[in-house]
Design a protein around this ligand. Sequence first.
Ligand SMILES: [Zn+2]
Length: 200
Amino acid sequence: MSVEIVHASDRGAHAVNITIDDGPDPTWTPQVLQVLRDNGVKATFCMVGPQAEAHPGLVRQVVAAGHRLCDHTVSHDTAMDKKPEAYQSQQIIDAERQITKASGGVRPMYYRAPGGAFTPYSRKLAASHGMRPLGWNVDSKDFERPGSAAIISTVEGELTNGPTILFHDAGGDRSQTVEALHTLLPWLKQQGYAFGFPVR
Ligand SMILES: [Zn+2]
């Protein structure tokens, strides 16, 4: 398992990796799952440990639908790279345990630091637990709720940056994200993109 932050897709050069962060959330995760299902798309869900623990049924739905799990820590602390190694370890390992328990034993295959706050230590720790450090190339900026049209044009415009696209299914009203995915997934397919998972 490499400690390098991955962006590439296992489906090759003309593919994208859809990644969905900060959930699971009882309102938005089911809607995201529905639009993924409608388009036959598999994605990677970067989950926050306590939310996985609170909503194990959603975690199991994500796994049952063929999506992959990613450890997105316990507290979503975007300054965790400035904190002691013991803290980083607790954030990563406790969330791994919470997500794995909620899923019924399916382990997260990736680790994404909140806000990209990776350290050499955290990358190595995650990799030693079988979790490939996962970055992104295209930030859809859906978190800021700029409107679904803006989310769509950001993704379309920045796709040349690379294959891994960041969306969110929690942390506030994510109806714009769901709306944008309804348009973007068929558009990506029309452009000839395959949908893959990040390389491990
Ligand atoms: Zn996040």
